[in-house]
Design a protein around this ligand. Structure first.
Ligand SMILES: Nc1ncnc2c1ncn2[C@@H]1O[C@H](COP(=O)(O)OP(=O)(O)OP(=O)(O)O)[C@@H](O)[C@H]1O
Length: 768
């Protein structure tokens, strides 16, 4: 039965003062705000602000915030091809028409989106003067022209998506402000709209929480998020991205939304929630807390096969699913084992109401098995809801993969080479992407909505290598320099200043990893143990079956030679091998500048009552860090990819609740996503990732709701090594993210942070 919705009272609005979200901003216009036509406030901001802010929004910022996709000027003599676009004057421009070389009128009064479309393609509209060309020139130009046509066809993919988005955005706006509300000055105009806003009372009624001492109260911006999702649901829009910054409560908003679907729309599911293994337990816990009436089934690990038969027979007999929500991991969609295929077959038997992907940046590659397999299950769902705090990880084509997953009909691009098409240096394109995403993506930043959130202080700690580490680094450079020079010398026709294109990509990557290893810890290469030592150790390890009893001695020697000093040390330790050279000592663990820095920093942090998360990308580094912590004498826990899924939440709870545990060691991949580790107030990124979003995710494990202390982030960078290059690259990528998803950053003025590829970095290192 449908229930009447209550609207939020004016008083309630007045009490909430938020800055509007920054995601829906269009590219900065050269026009002054007063020149801009009055337009409705942004879709998500219908629930924001006081009256003064509302008026301000309508007068100035709102048009910036809104998804405004308007008609081309009449001077754009373009034929529209897409049937989806209404055949009247305010139809959006089709990019494909540029191929017909119509000259575009430059008019300042155009709305930003149309202007963006035009400027982004201006270079494609030049008319060639065929008469003045020689035959050769002509041939060349015709070839270029053909290429141009091809490009335009590709580009049209984006143009078409933009057209369709324009239509949807217009409908959503109509929904929000009523059909007559062209100029919406006040949020009170929502009164005349067809939208009903869900309030905290609805949440109370829907949740029926049973846990004592717990009240499911949504923060006002979370209520806005839930209303945004409900709006898209009611408009039958098959997808949405909730992209709030990490730790703002996307999980809670999504759960409340599902609950409200049942309560208000009589839609009990079934829903499929897919998430990384680390947060499976957390989802189950939050669902139980916020939504006790839901029947939730965790479809993972050993319980999976037990449920599988029962569910299959249920589905075969056409019975309604015996659950509201199934929780599964991404890994279920990654492999091709018989069991996984059966699992996916089973999941395809139901018509899902909502397929929800947590940490949905996992779907950034539309060519991956994961994307395709999950799509085959999610395709027929009423809605695909993506939750991610970092929708843009590297490049725009990755973002497009998310959009295509969300709404495959709208954003399908077939075989078009998106990598080529979506060039991150193209400021106009970034503007267009913002317009495209507008209606479907909601992103709020902590700085916008949580004035009371504790500050996050960023510190880069440059550390200097000691003699042994520096020697190891120099030796490695010298060795690779010789190797690459001899390689380059064999190729007479190449530019001697670069290894790019001369050395195989894999080789370049290996070199780079090797330098990074030494910059992190010199024990990660073999330098202490000589070849003679290795042969001696092999003779002792071989009879003990260290590599299996079938393995020959030669094979053991060969294998050991590829080991680094630390791995050999561990092997000697675990097999109790005594030798004149023997195992390494505590002084060896302090050979790295970063470990030395930690040995100073961690005890002093502990003394001041701070608790620390230390992240590394490599488990071998985590091993060494464990050793370092033993040497320093600090209590710690560790969580990485090899930690049993069932143990992960226990480790998180132990760390959060037991203040005698000073440090939690985490791998950036397994521990960086979704976990709530607010027991810590300090994060140390031991080794940065090229992709800064991975590190950001790690930082936000403790900078989130529930954190009461200021959070400090330390990034360790070893001076004079490739660490510094990685840091520069990461900084540059963050500016792209800010340009697309947030406001206030102009990518065109970030040229000083030039991107260097691994090959270019190595080339500069290898120069004599
Ligand atoms: N309205 C609320 N009331 C109480 N606790 C809340 C509320 N919203 C969020 N929280 C708590 O804040 C923490 C962060 O929320 P959540 O994990 O949903 O954030 P998230 O945006 O999904 O983060 P991430 O992107 O890192 O996964 C959780 O411990 C959650 O229980």
């Amino acid at each position: 039965m449908k229930r009447d919705f209550d609207e939020i009272s004016d008083d309630e609005w007045v009490n909430h003062s938020f800055k509007p979200s920054r995601v829906l901003k269009s590219t900065p216009s050269s026009k002054s705000p007063s020149d801009l036509p009055s337009s409705p406030p942004p879709i998500e901001s219908f629930a924001f602000g006081t009256k003064t802010q509302q008026l301000l929004a309508s007068g100035s910022s709102s048009s910036d915030d809104c998804v405004i996709i308007t008609q081309p000027k009449p001077s754009i003599h373009a034929d529209l091809e897409d049937d989806d676009v209404e055949q009247h004057n305010d139809r959006p421009v089709s990019l494909g028409n540029r191929a017909r070389r119509f000259i575009i009128d430059d008019d300042d009064d155009e709305q930003p989106a149309a202007q963006m479309l035009r400027e982004g393609n201006r270079e494609l509209t030049e008319v060639y003067d065929v008469k003045s060309c020689s035959d050769d020139d002509l041939e060349l130009e015709l070839e270029e022209d053909a290429e141009l046509e091809l490009e335009l066809e590709d580009d049209d993919v984006i143009g078409k998506a933009l057209q369709k988005c324009a239509k949807i955005a217009a409908e959503l706006r109509k929904d929000l402000y009523g059909s007559t509300a062209v100029c919406c000055d006040r949020y009170a105009e929502v009164d005349s709209s067809t939208v009903r806003i869900v309030t905290q009372d609805d949440v109370d009624a829907a949740c029926m929480v049973e846990v004592p001492d717990f009240q499911p109260v949504l923060k006002p911006y979370q209520l806005v998020g839930v209303n945004f999702l409900l709006l898209l649901y009611r408009r039958n829009i098959g997808g949405a991205i909730l992209a709030d910054e990490m730790g703002l409560g996307k999980t809670i908003q999504a759960i409340t939304y599902l609950m409200l679907l049942k309560h208000l729309n009589d839609d009990p599911g079934p829903h499929l929630i897919v998430c990384p293994a680390s947060v499976l337990e957390n989802w189950e816990r939050e669902l139980k807390r916020w939504c006790p009436s839901f029947s939730v089934l965790q479809y993972h690990g050993t319980t999976r096969s037990a449920y599988s038969k029962e569910l299959s027979s249920h589905a075969k007999h056409g019975l309604p699913p015996p659950f509201n929500v199934i929780l599964a991991c991404y890994s279920l969609f990654e492999r091709h084992s018989v069991q996984q295929k059966d699992d996916r077959k089973l999941l395809k038997r139901w018509r899902w109401s909502c397929v929800l992907m947590d940490e949905a940046h996992a779907l950034k590659d539309k060519n991956s098995y994961r994307w395709k397999n999950l799509m085959s299950v999610a395709r027929n769902a009423n809605q695909r809801l993506l939750l991610t705090g970092t929708p843009l990880q590297n490049d725009l084509h990755e973002l497009w993969s998310l959009l295509e997953f969300m709404l495959p009909d709208l954003f399908a691009t077939g075989d078009v080479d998106l990598k080529r098409l979506l060039n991150t240096e193209d400021g106009d394109l970034i503007g267009r992407m913002k317009s495209i995403m507008g209606p479907f993506i909601l992103r709020r930043l902590k700085s916008d909505v949580m004035t009371q959130l504790v500050p996050k202080i960023q510190q880069v700690k440059y550390v200097s290598m000691g003699k042994q580490q520096e020697d190891a680094y120099k030796e490695a450079i010298e060795e690779y320099r010789k190797f690459s020079h001899s390689h380059i010398a064999k190729c007479s026709d190449v530019n001697l200043t670069t290894v790019v294109g001369v050395l195989p990509r894999r080789q370049i990557s290996n070199y780079f990893v090797q330098f990074r290893k030494i910059a992190n810890h010199p024990l990660l290469v073999r330098r202490i143990y000589t070849d003679e030592d290795v042969v001696r150790f092999a003779k002792k390890l071989h009879p003990r079956g260290a590599f299996g009893f079938e393995c020959t001695l030669d094979r053991v020697v060969e294998e050991l030679k590829s080991y680094n000093d630390y791995s050999i040390h561990q092997l000697l330790l675990s097999y109790g091998v005594s030798d004149s050279k023997g195992i390494l000592s505590e002084k060896h663990v302090m050979l790295s500048a970063k470990c030395q820095a930690l040995a100073e920093l961690l005890p002093s942090l502990q003394k001041d009552g701070h608790r620390v998360l230390v992240f590394s990308q490599w488990t071998s580094i985590l091993d060494i860090l464990e050793w370092t912590l033993d040497v320093i004498g600090l209590t710690y826990r560790r969580l990485d990819g090899s930690t049993q899924v069932t143990d992960r939440q226990t480790i998180v709870d132990e760390f959060n609740n037991d203040t005698s545990i000073s440090v939690c060691l985490l791998s950036t991949r397994a521990g960086g996503q979704g976990l709530n580790l607010t027991g810590a107030d300090t994060v140390i990124i031991h080794d940065m990732d090229f992709n800064p979003q991975i590190d950001r995710q790690a930082e936000d494990r403790c900078h989130r709701i529930g954190q009461t202390k200021p959070v400090t982030i330390y990034r360790l960078v070893t001076k004079g090594t490739v660490d510094e290059n990685v840091y520069e690259i990461a900084k540059r990528k963050l500016t792209l993210d800010a340009a697309v998803l947030e406001s206030g950053v102009d990518v065109e003025h970030q040229g000083d942070l030039s991107e260097m590829t691994m090959g270019e970095i190595l080339s500069s290192l290898l120069k004599a």
